[in-house]
Design a protein around this ligand. Structure first.
Ligand code: C2O
Ligand code: CU
Ligand code: CU
Length: 497
């Protein structure tokens, strides 16, 4: 049995985890009914007022969903029983939300990847009480990208996301529209959120026995159902992939090893398409890929064992699901497919953030549930950042556990991984990066002009159990001469203990 530091921390014995390396379609209930068509999250309704502001409504509430065929699973969702609608807005637009919480406990809604004023960020300081409504509003200032939203309550993010609270937030702009990429939502431009879940015999979500990297499921759920297929009617489809899992990484590729073009990462489109046949996503990361499809195709998008293990030992790798393989989504080509345009050779030029004169160089060491040997404290501001400044952050995974690193309010550029330039697929805009045990990542980021002496932004490991256990810190963005004036919260410790 692996020594469990989480178990040690919580004073619990480490329990062996029954996560099989089986595939979702191996489940007897799915095998019996056959795959079902991939649900496409509906585009959220919005209204644009005379002031030009685009208004959305989100209601978080419990529900019941048929994630497994013929089974009723109690869930939480946004405007529906599981997951939420796809929000869509254009660069330059002002958006406004009425977010109502009809859950039995407080939550928050965070706009992951969004440049947004800190008090609109939806982090752990923007709690929405049961029965309460939160009304954030901001202007979209960033390029076209596949972002997402999810709760971020202090100490409770894993549970809230696991029960179903998450959705896509797509940003459009003229530069992306001018490119001939598949962009017919739900037809050839497909959001695909990949989550692993475990179910009890009666179909309830099993929240027991987290590993040291959180709840690992034995069943893959895509856009809210297990055992999905997508029927393509065009010779190229764009998949907007989101790892919406708590702790599981996916090394994605097609069963026939077909090549696809990676056209975008967390914060937007790449300078040019990157041809690959595998792409790895850690929790919170996104990638947009364009996949060739032929008439009559039947090909499985699969998750294969994770390759970047660094200093992890074999027993830990097994405990963390790094050896597992899964079927993710079957792609079927219709009997005849419409010929789609080839992917353009160049997409959105990459403008390197100049690092000369960076305002600060900071170091972050990831280990256990800690960053720089500290656990999150809602009442501690870890550092302050000057508005509209550039910083260089060096992040080292000093652990033999996998971690990743996410920063609020910015999209960063990875300039080095262990002293070398990153591969092209990691050279675009990112807000979350996998940190392999033992490796060092250098990130460059430009902070916005949104200053706030009271409300901080977060940086954290996006393995949600790690975040919940305190692997998070907070910073204020301040204008010239501004002094920190943080709120004192009544609860000041890391949620679990
Ligand atoms: Cu996806 Cu701090 O969050
Ligand atoms: Cu975030
Ligand atoms: Cu972590």
């Amino acid at each position: 049995m692996t020594f469990s530091r989480r178990g040690f921390l919580a004073g619990l014995a480490a329990a062996p985890i029954a996560v099989s390396a089986g595939c979702a379609l191996g489940r007897s209930d799915i095998a019996a009914s056959g795959p079902r068509p991939l649900p496409i999250p509906p585009l959220a309704d919005s209204t644009v007022g005379a002031d030009g502001v685009r208004n959305f409504r989100l209601t978080l509430a419990p529900g019941t969903a048929e994630i497994l065929p013929g089974k009723r699973t109690p869930t939480w969702g946004l405007n529906g029983p599981y997951l939420g609608p796809t929000l869509r807005a254009r660069r330059g637009e002002t958006v406004a939300f009425q977010v109502r919480n009809d859950l039995p406990e407080p939550t928050t809604v965070h706009w992951h990847g969004m440049r947004v004023p800190a008090r609109m960020d939806g982090g752990p300081h923007q709690t929405i009480a049961t029965g309460g409504t939160w009304a954030p509003s901001w202007t979209i200032e960033q390029q076209a990208a596949t972002l997402w939203y999810h709760p971020h309550p202090h100490g409770g993010t894993e549970k809230h996301v696991y029960r179903g609270l998450a959705g896509f937030f797509l940003i459009d702009d003229d530069a992306a529209d001018a490119l001939d990429l598949p962009n017919d939502y739900g037809v050839d431009d497909i959001p695909l959120v990949i989550q692993d879940r475990r179910f009890t015999a009666d179909g309830a979500l099993d929240e027991s026995d987290p590993t040291d990297i959180g709840l690992l499921g034995d069943t893959i759920v895509t856009n809210g159902i297990a055992g999905a297929y997508f029927r393509a009617r065009t010779s190229r489809i764009r998949l907007r992939l989101l790892n919406g899992s708590s702790g599981r990484l996916y090394n994605l590729g097609f069963a026939d090893n077909r090549e696809f073009q990676v056209v975008g990462t967390d914060g937007g489109l790449l300078p040019k398409p990157v041809p690959l046949n595998r792409i790895q996503l850690s929790p919170g990361e996104r990638a947009e890929i364009v996949v060739p499809v032929q008439a009559g195709d039947q090909v499985m998008l699969r998750a294969l064992p994770i390759e970047n293990r660094g200093d992890m030992d074999a027993a830990e790798a097994r405990e963390f699901g790094f050896d597992d393989s899964f079927d993710i989504l079957q792609v079927r080509g219709a009997a005849s497919v419409r010929t789609a345009a080839v992917v353009p050779d160049s997409l959105i030029p990459r403008v390197a953030i100049p690092t000369a004169g960076a305002a600060a160089n900071r170091r972050f060491e990831l280990q256990w549930f800690q960053i720089n040997k500290l656990q999150m404290d809602m009442n501690r501001i870890d550092f302050t950042v000057a508005a509209d400044s550039t910083e260089v952050w060096t992040v080292r995974n000093a652990d033999n556990w996998p971690h990743n690193f996410h920063v609020h309010d910015v999209q960063f550029q990875i300039t080095e991984i262990d002293g070398a330039a990153p591969p092209p697929v990691l050279a675009g805009w990112k807000d979350t990066v996998y940190t392999e045990p033992g490796s060092i990542y250098t990130l460059v980021m430009r902070f916005s002009e949104h200053t706030d002496p009271t409300y901080p932004y977060m940086y954290h490991c996006h393995l949600l159990l790690h975040e919940d256990h305190g692997m998070m810190g907070q910073f204020l963005v301040l204008g010239p001469g501004q002094q920190p004036a943080p709120m004192q919260m009544p609860m000041s410790h890391g949620g679990h203990g």
